[in-house]
Write a protein that binds this ligand. Structure first.
Ligand SMILES: C[S@@+](CC[C@H](N)C(=O)[O-])C[C@H]1O[C@@H](n2cnc3c(N)ncnc32)[C@H](O)[C@@H]1O
Length: 445
């Protein structure tokens, strides 16, 4: 093994794991660390990514192993030591592809990294982890081993799936499968059939998606022709369940539209495209760095001229735009992201009941703000990439009880009607091959 390169790889992995605790999405933390240690595009790029995703996917299990073998509390040690211990534990105890030589290399450089940072006290913990085999004992260990989710998240999912009459086992199994890579062809620049034809000629295995008229599914690696189409705004990476949200709202050209939680901008750019740049779209995003990212997407896709970006708390949108000023409103608030576990491995471990209670309050407040913005006869789509009923049916049910002027517009296609609140709809990874999404379409009487 070329030692210098492996040393940089180990340091990059530790850095990605450390910063991935607070930089979201974790993909961004990974990108930055790989760039810093010059691993991006090198021969160790794939190996490093595989290890990082392996650790994120197994984090709760790894922490349990560390705690039971060493008797330390993982949350009580600093983030550098935590990242190094997680890496060593994953490689030694769990990674089926790690041979003796890789294990040895990772232990060696993880120790070197800690020693350089003056963390000699952690080195003996690494030796304990490297020389003892962990075995599951409790029921909780078994849940973690079988499903790679925290016992708290498992309980929350079970509660929702029981109420929805859905198969939790099938859902959790689907989160281990390679998810489909889906893109939206930008009809302002090229038709879907032309893009499909172009990609086929370039040697790609592509097919039209199943639910949206503009979607394209790509099998295999991305490659430079496809990246070029993304850079020129002809293709935008987007899941079909997200495209469908815009199609359900079905805004008409020449109208006013508010997108209250808009970054990174997948739905805003589609709203602009869908209305052929003939509507005024007000897109709210509370974080300026995320709003900047959205601006770049809108520029790339040639949709920026139809959009006014407001870097504001969307709960203030009625003050900013005026009550009853919008024909259409999209509310796609922050959520647990439990519908997107396959893409966001950290979702498996970060669930906390208190956080959900807090996020539900925000969802309710954003929905209230959206409702105030809406004209009589206008339509609002409430959507979340969550499979938890607390963030879906419960929010909408409570809202309907409070607002006599709100009626549900029945949704049943292209996904599955919710038995808990008929007329609203859910997309599931195990049934539809998409991210799990909830949709409710409301009209103001
Ligand atoms: C689920 S994401 C939206 C995804 C987006 N609709 C799309 O399709 O690309 C939620 C977004 O809402 C933003 N957000 C959170 N709280 C907000 C608030 N009070 N006002 C406006 N935006 C907010 C988050 O930063 C995040 O970018």
């Amino acid at each position: 093994m070329v030692t210098k390169e492996y040393q940089r790889m180990v340091y990059a992995v530790i850095e990605a794991l450390r910063t991935g605790e607070y930089v979201k999405p974790v993909q961004e933390a990974i990108r930055r660390a790989m760039k810093k240690y010059r691993i991006q595009g090198s021969s160790l790029d794939r190996r490093a990514s595989g290890i990082i995703y392996g650790v994120f996917r197994n984090q709760g299990l790894i922490d349990r192993i560390i705690e039971s073998l060493t008797n330390i509390e993982i949350s009580k040690i600093d983030s550098e030591a935590r990242a190094a211990l997680r890496l060593v534990t994953y490689t030694v105890q769990l990674d089926p592809r790690a041979g003796h030589s890789l294990k040895h290399t990772i232990i060696r450089y993880a120790k070197k990294y800690l020693a350089r940072k003056g963390r000699d006290n952690i080195l003996k913990l690494i030796d304990i982890i490297a020389s003892n085999k962990w075995r599951p004992v409790s029921e909780e260990d078994k849940i973690i081993i079988n499903y790679r989710v925290s016992p708290q998240l498992y309980e929350a999912l079970k509660h929702s799936f029981d109420l929805l009459g859905e198969d939790l086992e099938a859902f959790l199994s689907s989160t281990f499968k390679q998810y489909t890579k889906t893109f939206r062809a930008n009809s302002l620049k090229a038709s879907r059939s032309a893009v499909l034809e172009y990609l086929r000629r370039a040697g790609y295995e592509v097919r039209p998606g199943n639910y949206s008229p503009n979607s394209i599914i790509v099998s295999g690696p991305l490659g430079k022709d496809l990246v070029k189409l993304i850079e020129t705004g002809i293709l935008t990476p987007q899941d079909e369940s997200s495209m469908v949200a815009v199609e359900l709202l079905d805004p008409k050209p020449g109208t006013s539209i508010a997108d209250l939680c808009a970054a990174p901008g997948g739905k805003t750019s589609y709203l602009a495209e869908y209305t052929r740049l003939k509507s005024r779209i007000h897109s709210f995003e509370i974080y300026s760095d995320r709003a900047k990212r959205m601006r770049r997407l809108l520029e790339r896709t040639g949709t920026i001229k139809a959009v006014t970006i407001h870097v504001e708390d969307a709960r203030r949108s009625p003050e900013i735009l005026g009550e009853k000023s919008m024909d259409y409103v999209l509310v796609d608030p922050p959520c647990s992201s439990t519908g997107a576990i396959a893409r966001n491995p950290d979702v498996r471990w970060r669930y906390r009941e208190e956080d959900i209670k807090q996020i539900v309050v925000l969802q309710q407040e954003l929905l209230e703000a959206g409702w105030k913005l809406l004209k009589h006869g206008g339509r609002l789509l409430y959507t979340v990439c969550s499979v938890l009923v607390e963030e879906g049916e419960c929010v909408v049910k409570q809202f309907l009880e409070k607002h006599g002027d709100a009626v549900l517009v029945k949704l049943e296609k292209p996904f599955k009607q919710s038995p808990l609140l008929p007329g609203t709809m859910r997309a599931y990874p195990h049934l539809h091959g998409t991210i799990g999404f909830y949709y409710a379409l409301l009209e103001k009487k």
